[in-house]
Design a protein around this ligand. Structure first.
Ligand SMILES: [Zn+2]
Length: 148
C-alpha cells in the first residue's frame, strides 16, 4: 500500500459528530491531481476530500477522523470517506490510478467493515452531478471485492 503524501487543506470540520464511517464516495477531479491540490489548499473553495489519486501520486488532504467537504450533503460527508481520481470527461483514470484506488478502498473496507458492492458509491448518487464521470466505479467495486 503506498503511503499518501499530506497536502495543505483547511477545508474540513473536526470530528464526525459521533457518526460511524460506512460509505466511500468516489469522485473525479475534472482535471489533474495538481488541480485538486490547488483547489483544496484554497480556503475560499469550500471543498475538500480525504484522498486524491493521479499522475502516479497519492495525496491525503483530510484525516479520516475528520469530516471532509466533498459530497454536497452534510450527513453523507459525516459518514463517508471521499476519494478524488484524476480524470476528465474525455480522459479516463489510468491503470495506476485504479490500482492505488483499489488498494486504498480495500484497506478502508477492511478497517470499517464496508461492503464494496453497496457502500462504495458514486458522488452522483448523493447530489445532482456528473461526478464521477469517466471513473469505472463497478471495476473498483469488483476488484476490491476480489481483494478482501
Ligand atoms: Zn464528486
Amino acid at each position: 500500500m503506498p503511503t499518501p503524501i499530506w497536502q495543505p487543506c483547511e477545508n474540513y470540520t473536526a470530528g464526525r459528530d459521533g457518526t460511524s464511517i460506512d460509505r466511500i464516495v468516489i469522485h473525479y477531479i475534472v482535471g489533474t491531481l495538481a488541480a485538486a491540490d490547488v483547489t483544496f489548499a484554497d480556503p475560499n473553495s469550500g471543498v475538500s476530500a480525504h484522498y486524491g489519486i493521479g499522475e502516479g501520486s497519492f495525496h491525503q488532504y483530510v484525516s479520516e477522523i475528520n469530516t471532509a467537504w466533498h459530497a454536497g450533503n452534510w450527513s453523507m460527508n459525516q459518514r463517508s470517506i471521499g476519494i478524488e481520481h484524476s480524470a476528465d470527461p474525455d480522459r479516463r483514470p489510468t491503470l495506476n490510478t485504479y490500482d492505488i484506488s483499489i488498494e486504498l478502498c480495500t484497506r478502508i473496507c477492511r478497517e470499517y467493515g464496508i461492503d464494496p458492492q453497496t457502500q462504495i458509491i458514486p458522488h452522483s448518487s448523493v447530489a445532482a452531478t456528473a461526478c464521477p464521470g469517466t471513473v469505472n466505479l463497478q471495476h473498483i467495486r469488483d476488484e476490491v471485492e476480489r481483494s478482501l
